[in-house]
Design a protein around this ligand. Structure first.
Ligand SMILES: [Zn+2]
Length: 731
């Protein structure tokens, strides 16, 4: 029977949007009531399609001592052949406590749900088993993925995973690979699957391989050597993990982009021989219009570099011989380029510090990408180009070929460094070749007027490859990295000199750049205040020290708004660092003030066992909440814990060695207890500090905290809106 076509026709965007709306109605972090509702919703949707579902449950701790009880939703479509399975994956939990989790990661769940439904509706019967895996507790420490890898028998036959993720609410979705080996077969098959708008390059692949990654896929790769593709969008970072990660803020083009990956890839990998996906060879790759996707082996890197260097040397030689190049001209070109680079480098280097000085409220945006961040990128880029035009307007007497020598040399040096340290970025050599082509034309042409059209065409690769990177670096890494945009602008300007160099009125272009920069900066200024659409991340905690029976208000805000000012004034600075617990950016309290004592019940802490065996003390402690709680964090003094097991889950020796003061964080579901088994040398004197938190400060009957103003949201990445009880235990 011929396979029916699985095409976008059977796929309904409307269904997808409905799923997102439903899932992202309320925050649905692990342990919350909405989490259970979202779980039931997903299960019922899978059952509607005719799939049998299974919920895999259990405790795990991941690699960083983050314990939680995860419940993965698993469904399987049997393949017609005995091959390896294809997994479609997304996590269905949202970040605690205020994120609505629409982009992160309801979009992923919805695209998979509708993708599978439309796939089956089209009558497709895959050769490979297809496993739908909606992981849980991703936000807490990749716990669901860990649980699956540790315990599910299904993991033994997985050939490939497609994981849909987000770290913002818009922008293009980047394809990022996870593999322990080389990417050759993944790239070749991905290209064969022919997604319509691939956005991927090996620069991100190399950076991604260097960083300690934290997506669910990482767990599968590290623990089971399973390959996978991530499809993740990262723009509009300001919505990430906040109450603004809402259905309304999901970029509908981004959603379409995710769909444009899923349909062809599900079609293709559903039938592909997944045994052949592994490889030892690596490819350079990048996306480009017309050609869609270009790739070539890593082994070409050095030959290409060598050829480029040779061409440069030969062209300099010919140019000098032809009198198109002169020592004086090259030197002036060198100095102008260097000065442009230095000035822009300095501006970029101090830009974020200066912005925070001018707008102190930006310090409360912890990830460092402000709501008006795109305007700053544009403004600083315009300024960089303005400065370049201005600098080059000063050397009108120098001919264009002379100007091009230095930027080409800089790029060749950069490409040499890249060839050693960041191989994936080696496609940077392609625009360099194009610019060498332009240099060739310039030093060989006989007539006075150059073939401008040809030169423009040779500038396109530089524009296509580097212009998006000018934006991508600060979008990806925050405005602190604006320096990358400034420096890259100068380097790009250098490659565009075959065209810009001929501009008669460079000064006018310089002023145009300056005026644009000022206008964009002004526009950013008018969007620098917090509003309902661009809210202020604020934080408030009530901290009760049950040892001393004292209590205080605390906040992480550097800038107080009227809501937080009701609890603190500028004099309530926080000097001592006694209350410190984990947060993504290591944020500490900025202000504390005296608070009334409230009747909040501290947890019961029982020592259930305490024995010494062979000079090692074995202690079992049980911590039981006596109120609604969400999280228990335990820190210790400087003590060597040899073994730690919580609710049956042992922490790795590696973690215990590297852990610092934090021993564990238990993200609690159903007010569950924490049974902690510790082993340490009998000579040690551990002091454990327990921080038990509930995220209900704003709703709690004993407090009458006013509602947050409309222009504020709970600050993400920190424990927030919480009632925190501190208690110590000396062993
Ligand atoms: Zn996520």
């Amino acid at each position: 029977m011929p396979q029916k076509e699985f095409s976008p026709q059977t796929f309904s965007t409307e269904n997808t949007l409905n799923h997102i709306k439903k899932i992202a109605e309320k925050p649905h972090f692990v342990g919350s009531k909405s989490h259970a509702e979202v779980k039931e919703y997903i299960i019922s949707e899978l059952q509607k399609i005719g799939l049998t579902t299974e919920v895999q449950k259990g405790y795990t701790s991941g690699d960083w001592g983050n314990l939680s009880y995860a419940q993965n939703i698993v469904a399987k479509i049997d393949g017609s052949e005995e091959g390896k399975a294809l997994v479609l994956m997304s996590h269905y939990d949202s970040n605690p406590h205020s994120s609505l989790g629409a982009s992160d990661d309801a979009v992923g769940v919805a695209v998979i749900l509708e993708g599978i439904r439309s796939y089956l509706e089209a009558g497709k019967k895959p050769k490979n088993d297809i496993i739908v895996l909606f992981t849980d507790a991703e936000e807490l420490g990749l716990n669901g993925a860990q649980l699956f890898v540790n315990e599910s028998p299904l993991k033994n036959n997985i050939g490939l995973i497609l994981n849909f993720e987000a770290r913002g609410s818009g922008g293009p979705s980047y394809m990022l690979m996870e593999t322990n080996g080389g990417n050759k077969n993944m790239i070749e098959s991905f290209n064969e699957a022919n997604p319509q708008f691939p956005v991927a390059n090996s620069l991100t692949y190399s950076i991604y391989k260097m960083l300690p990654n934290d997506t669910d896929l990482t767990v599968f790769r590290e623990d089971s050597n399973i390959n996978g593709f991530n499809f993740a969008f990262i723009d509009d970072h300001f919505d990430y993990h906040t109450a603004n990660d809402s259905f309304e803020n999901v970029d509908k083009n981004t959603l379409q982009h995710q769909i444009s990956y899923l349909i062809p890839l599900l079609n293709f990998y559903g039938d592909y021989d997944l045994n052949s996906i592994k490889s030892n060879l690596d490819y350079i790759y990048f996306d480009i219009p017309v050609f869609n996707f270009v790739y070539y082996p890593f082994s070409w890197i050095f030959p290409m570099l060598l050829i480029a260097f040779t061409i440069w040397i030969v062209l300099v030689y010919i140019g000098v011989k032809n009198r198109k190049l002169s020592g004086k001209g090259i030197l002036k070109g060198f100095l102008t380029f260097l000065v442009s680079l230095l000035i822009n480098g300095l501006i970029g280097y101090f830009s974020w510090t200066a912005l925070k000085e001018l707008y102190p409220q930006y310090q409360d945006i912890l990830h460092g990408f402000t709501y008006n961040g795109h305007l700053y990128i544009a403004s600083f880029t315009a300024l960089s180009f303005g400065i370049c035009f201005y600098a080059y307007s000063k050397i009108k007497d120098i001919s264009v070929p002379n100007l091009l020598i230095t930027p080409l040399l800089f790029w060749l040096v950069i490409c040499s460094g890249i060839a050693i340290y960041l191989k994936g970025a080696s496609f940077f050599i392609i625009p360099v070749f194009a610019a060498l082509g332009a240099l060739f034309i310039l030093i060989n042409q006989k007539k006075k007027s150059p073939s401008l059209l040809f030169l423009i065409i040779l500038c396109i690769p530089a524009l296509w490859i580097f212009a998006p990177l000018i934006q991508m670096f600060p979008v990806g890494l925050g405005l602190k990295i604006l320096i990358a945009s400034c420096v890259l602008s100068v380097l790009l300007f250098g490659l565009l000199l075959p065209v810009f160099g001929f501009y008669k009125n460079k000064k006018a272009y310089a002023y145009l750049g300056f005026v644009l920069a000022i206008l964009l900066f002004a526009s950013a200024h008018f969007q620098s205040n917090f509003t309902k659409e661009m809210p202020h991340p604020t934080s408030l905690l009530y901290v009760l020290d049950s040892d001393t029976n004292t209590s205080q208000w605390a906040t992480y805000n550097k800038v107080l708004d009227p809501w937080t000012s009701a609890y603190f004034n500028e004099n309530n600075t926080f000097s001592e660092d006694k209350i410190k617990f984990s947060s993504k950016y290591g944020t500490v309290f900025t202000h504390t003030s005296k608070a009334p004592i409230k009747e909040i019940l501290a947890p019961t802490i029982n020592i259930e066992k305490d024995t010494v065996i062979n000079n090692k003390r074995h202690v079992r402690i049980c911590v039981t909440p006596r109120r609604e709680v969400n999280r228990l964090e335990i820190t210790t003094n400087n003590v060597n814990i040899l073994s730690c097991n919580v609710n049956g889950i042992s922490f790795s020796e590696d973690f215990l060695k590297k852990r610092g003061s934090r021993l564990l964080t238990h993200y609690i579901s159903n007010n569950d207890y924490s049974e902690i088994n510790l082993v340490f040398y009998a000579t040690e004197k551990p002091v454990l500090t327990f921080f038990e938190a509930s995220n209900n400060l704003l709703e709690h009957a004993l407090f009458s905290v006013p509602v947050r103003p409309e222009n504020a949201i709970p600050m993400p990445f920190v424990l927030n809106d919480a009632i925190l009880i501190k208690k110590t235990l000396e062993l």
